[in-house]
Design a protein around this ligand. Structure first.
Ligand code: AMP
Ligand code: ZN
Length: 664
């Protein structure tokens, strides 16, 4: 087999497994096997760039940057749907359409997925474009981002038409949404409010590699084009499925409105078990010839109608508001409710997010409030029932002092959250920071759990994470539920953690906004903690993806004498505070001192690879051209304004081959 054939074979196998995993939800190999094959493909593609294929499964990781999204007209308009809320509404709809068409009517019933609508264009079985709905006439080109969504086929199978559009919904399943939020809370960011907005926000991210990390899914429901060999909606769903699209199995073909009602009643209950949010059912006339006869109004098709589920809502009493202090000192108000059943679970608490939210709802203790629950972890308070407000109720004043340490709270300009600034003396902050330090993605200390950390802090045995390394077995044995063996494991686990690589140590320090990815970038760029501590804000912002918010937070962290002392102690105990020699292999100084801008699209290397090559050879990547820029690595389609600026400042342009030659 030639190299080219081998690469092609790997691509085919990986595409098939990708399909099994993300479209069919039925993986047939382990993640490990998949990753091994993917790595092999990636290294072959890097070695033989002449076999580049934009639709290779390796391209799912993204890397393309979209500065501003181009607006493009839809070939076929994207309509919205008329809504209905009752069986009466649906009967009226059927009566209206019966006057316009002859013959029996069958309906396709589908779930109405709550996400961001998307229109995909395929030509010769290849995804060539993805547009958002926009105003229905034209939408934004989000192709680079959509290509990273694993359930979107990049290449189709079977007997697909030469050219067609397919429409669907990009959704963020609850599990992924909740996980993303846990990670955000970990680094001190505010959690996202709901999956739908997060899904549509994701499509507009500039860095497709960021989109690739989000567990988005794409559910399809509508084929559109001129040469498609189908005669019914239900048939077209089946076809789309055969070509490799993810078309939910819930769709049902029915013969009467009564059966439509059955479908609605069934899903009104069972939708709560689905992995993603649905807000109703869409009923479509099944026969495409009948659809054509019915046509469209100015806004929506006459042949379809949405039935909206009533949101599950209950009202209950707000007993009190309590305030929680997070690891970063952020204060979150929590509503304590009179327990009430909602969508099958008992709800006792709801998040109130921040002071703005309290003010917006004008929520007061004693109020009767409406609570709604989606698949998010914490239910939401939608509104106050003002009719039931007690005459002697008081406006809620947000607390002014920390409920844990009584320090006066601060609220930075432009921020919604209040903070307790007592970084070194506020218990939940101290405990939370150490819990973060030992967590799996950070120092991953075996034998030590979050509850034990709290016990250790409360017993006065530790006060910051560097104290962990001085703990002895004798000190921990007297703790609750601590046997000799577990004390051994604990001390041993802590000792072993000194081999955790620098980038994870950096993440473990718990610098606000420094998540895993940012920690990696900083570690790779600066190579040691001293270099990071010394970097100016401007310098930090030159690192890829580091903005003012992160730069300021890093500076703030290293300004504290207390933090410096803790880091010195970590050093003493042998914790890794610089990048290990292994990672420095393959690195040179060839580009030392050079500030390099990457612009345009490249044939043989991805932008990410270019960036890595520059950094590995000692250069710096900058996102904007200035008089300090050494040169620009320019690909195709370099932006006209960048070109102009480069000319003005007389900055040399080199192409990718020249660049690769330079570092050879
Ligand atoms: P609305 O935004 O309320 O006008 O509802 C119309 C939108 O529902 C469409 O633009 C789609 O994005 C979305 N939708 C979700 N599921 C379906 C489905 N099964 N069939 C048609 N549209 C759907
Ligand atoms: Zn406090």
């Amino acid at each position: 087999m030639t190299i080219k054939e081998h690469i092609q074979e790997l691509r085919n196998i990986l595409s098939e497994h990708n399909y099994n995993y993300y479209v069919l939800d039925n993986p047939t190999i382990s993640d490990y096997e998949f990753d091994t094959m993917l790595k092999e493909l990636q290294s072959l593609e890097a070695e033989y760039p002449e076999f580049y294929d934009p639709n290779s499964p390796s391209q799912r990781v993204g890397g393309e940057i979209t500065k501003s999204f181009e607006t493009i007209p839809h070939d076929y308009r994207m309509y919205s749907l008329d809504n209905s809320y009752s069986t009466e509404d649906l009967k009226d709809w059927e009566n209206r359409i019966k006057k316009l068409i002859d013959g029996a009517i069958q309906y396709t019933c589908e779930l109405k997925y709550d996400g961001a609508s998307i229109s995909l264009t395929y030509e010769n079985g290849i995804l060539i474009r993805a547009l958002t709905r926009g105003d229905g006439v034209q939408g934004d080109n989000v192709t680079a981002n959509v290509k990273t969504i694993k359930s979107v086929p990049l290449k189709l199978k079977g007997d697909f038409p030469l050219k067609f559009d397919i429409r669907g919904e990009i959704v963020l399943p609850f599990a992924g949404f909740n996980k993303m939020n846990e990670e955000r809370i970990e680094i001190g960011e505010e959690p996202y409010r709901n999956p739908r907005n997060t899904a549509s926000g994701s499509l507009k991210l500039q860095d497709s590699a960021e989109v690739a990390k989000r567990p988005l899914d794409c559910l399809l429901y509508h084929l559109i084009g001129t040469n498609i060999d189908v005669t019914s909606q239900f048939g077209s769903l089946e076809k789309a499925r055969q070509w490799g699209f993810k078309v939910p199995k819930a769709a049902k073909l029915v013969n009467s409105l009564d059966e439509v009602f059955e479908f609605i009643n069934y899903w009104d209950i069972h939708r709560h078990n689905l992995p993603y949010e649905t807000d109703g059912v869409v009923i479509k006339v099944n026969n495409l010839a009948q659809q054509e006869e019915l046509g469209y109004t100015a806004k929506s098709p006459r042949w379809a109608i949405a039935y909206k589920f009533k949101a599950e809502q209950v009202s209950t009493k707000l007993n009190s508001i309590s305030y929680q202090v997070g690891r970063t000192g952020a204060i979150t108000p929590v509503a304590n409710l009179e327990p009430v059943e909602l969508a099958g679970t008992i709800v006792k608490r709801a998040s109130l997010h921040n002071a703005d939210q309290i003010e917006k709802l004008d929520i007061r203790v004693g109020d009767e409030v409406f609570v709604e629950k989606g698949g998010e972890i914490i239910p939401k308070i939608i509104a106050v029932d003002l009719n039931k407000r007690l005459p002697d109720s008081h406006v809620t004043n947000f607390i002014s002092h920390c409920p844990e340490c009584n320090t006066e709270l601060v609220r930075q300009e432009g921020e919604a959250q209040h903070y307790c600034p007592n970084y070194n003396g506020c218990k939940p902050q101290i405990i939370g920071r150490i819990q973060h330090f030992i967590s799996r993605k950070a120092m991953d200390i075996e034998g030590l759990g979050g509850e034990t950390v709290a016990l250790l802090v409360n017993a006065g045995l530790i006060n910051n994470y560097s104290d962990l390394y001085e703990l002895t077995k004798e000190e921990v044995i007297p703790l609750e539920r601590m046997a000799e063996k577990s004390a051994d494991n604990l001390v041993e686990g802590i000792k072993e953690s000194i081999s955790i690589p620098f980038e994870r140590v950096l993440y473990a320090l718990g610098i606000r906004y420094v998540g895993e990815t940012v920690a990696k970038k900083l570690a790779r760029h600066y190579k040691s903690i001293e270099a990071i501590a010394k970097a100016t804000e401007e310098d930090l912002m030159n690192v890829d993806e580091i903005g003012i918010k992160i730069a300021a937070s890093v500076q703030e962290f290293f300004k504290s004498d207390e933090n410096i002392k803790i880091i010195e102690r970590l050093r003493l105990f042998g914790v890794q505070l610089e990048i290990s020699a292994d990672l420095l292999k393959g690195q040179t100084d060839k580009l030392k001192g050079e500030i390099i801008v990457i612009s345009g699209v490249f044939e043989t290397v991805s932008r990410d690879e270019l960036k890595k090559l520059i950094e590995d050879n000692g250069g710096k990547v900058s996102s904007s051209i200035s008089s300090k820029t050494s040169f620009i690595v320019a690909g195709d389609n370099m932006g006209p304004s960048k070109k102009q600026k480069a000319e003005q400042l007389n900055i040399p342009l080199i192409n990718e081959n020249e660049f690769l030659h330079k570092i050879k």
